[in-house]
Design a protein around this ligand. Structure first.
Ligand code: SF4
Ligand code: SF4
Length: 381
């Protein structure tokens, strides 16, 4: 049987209309009744990258999460909400991102991820052990609520990447460090994490998405979509296609398919729901880092050439930088340093994970694209 991906169009974040749209979307693929038991303990996992006004599109919109929570509570299940934001504690991020009111009104408890459970993945997987948030395993079901956003390192952050949040706090940096510059290695980590959590369903907030250099400081872009599916690779493939985004560049999908997580072949995916005549969005802005080579396992001179002339890099704008130290304390290989009062990046150590770009609250980390890289990326569209 083909995996089902359900798409609904949503004009805004009005909770009552959104609730109906999400209900219809999930109903197309079997309904909540098929995935959540009436007395289940359900964990919602939105994207809570940082404290952000929802209009910046950096987090899953609180109205979207409220609508999903309300549907699950109507169904009879008990709902909690968890994440491990890379910056700031969960309660603070929830409060500053507009989640407080509906969570209080609906008696939804926040579930910060603080403890670790060590999981044995030695059954033929690349990474033989994963330490993930213990709290996640205390629930009967996980519902994955990603946001449609570009991502400087991974292309797009959708259903698979969203579960990187179940890696507790600063453990995230150690995974970036282990994968180094090899995007496929990092995609493999993300796929393995998804395999361990296996959310019951992913429901994607693609109403106000983010284009350009996401996932933190890209440009909000109205897309007007809700998408749901149980095969995360098929779901991501359909969304990427609607955004005119090359599937080859979505390494979590390519690696996910190789590892048996799902399907990227559109002819083998059944898409149901609203008509999508205005898609694909051919002007959806990709991250500049799309011109980068996906794997840098070349010999040194070739690699040096690529790094100097093609691959995008982070660069700190010293006029904007506040020297707050956040990027320095989160840079996985310790490539950021202060010299003469200015924060700088040591290119030889940088692994292009773009964590500094993702975490800078002052938008001081720019994505620099060399001339040849610019030429190649414009030729590829
Ligand atoms: S996080 Fe941003 S503002 Fe803070 S030191 Fe780094 S570049 Fe500068
Ligand atoms: S400088 Fe930025 S992109 Fe480079 S390794 Fe550090 S955090 Fe990652």
């Amino acid at each position: 049987m083909k995996p089902l991906v359900s798409i609904g169009k949503a004009p805004d974040y009005g909770v009552s209309s959104l609730k109906q749209i999400i209900y219809d979307c999930v109903n197309n693929i079997g309904g909540f009744g098929a995935i959540v038991g009436r007395s289940d303990k359900v964990l919602l996992k939105p994207n809570l990258l940082r404290s952000a006004n929802p209009q910046q599109a950096a987090v899953t919109h609180p109205a979207f999460v409220e609508a999903v929570a309300s549907l699950i509570i109507d169904h009879g299940a008990k709902v909690s909400l968890g994440d491990s934001p890379p910056l700031g504690n969960l309660n603070k991020v929830l409060s500053k991102s507009g989640y407080d009111d509906f969570m209080r009104n609906m008696d939804i408890k926040p579930c910060p991820f603080t403890k670790r459970r060590s999981l044995d993945c030695s059954d033929g997987r690349v990474y033989r052990r994963l330490d993930l948030a213990e709290e996640v395993f205390e629930f009967d079901k996980v519902i994955n609520l990603p946001k449609v956003k570009t991502h400087c390192q991974m292309g797009l952050t959708l259903a698979v990447k969203n579960l990187f949040g179940v890696v507790v706090g600063t453990d995230k940096a150690s995974w970036h460090l282990r994968a180094g510059k090899n995007i496929d290695d990092f995609a493999t980590v993300l796929v393995q994490i998804f395999e361990q959590i296996r959310p019951a369903i992913s429901i994607v907030d693609g109403i106000l998405g983010m284009e350009g250099n996401g996932p933190n400081s890209g440009k909000p872009r109205f897309i007007g979509l809700v998408a749901a599916g149980r095969d995360p690779v098929a779901l991501n493939t359909v969304i990427a296609t609607l955004l005119d985004f090359p599937i080859e560049a979505l390494r979590t999908s390519i690696i996910g398919e190789q590892m048996g997580l799902g399907i990227t072949d559109l002819s083998r995916i059944e898409v149901i729901g609203d008509e999508l005549n205005e898609f694909p969005l051919t002007d959806f802005e990709r991250p500049k880092s799309m011109s980068m080579a996906w794997n840098l396992s070349y010999c040194n001179p070739v690699r040096r050439f690529l790094e100097n002339h093609i691959i995008t890099k982070p660069a700190i704008d010293t006029f904007v930088c506040q020297n707050c130290g956040v990027c320095m304390s989160h840079c996985p290989p310790g490539a950021i340093y202060v010299k003469n009062g200015a924060t700088k990046i040591d290119r030889r150590k940088c692994i292009s994970c773009f964590c500094c770009h993702e975490l800078c609250g002052n938008n001081a980390v720019k994505i620099v694209e060399p001339y040849l890289g610019r030429l190649l990326s414009s030729a590829s569209r």
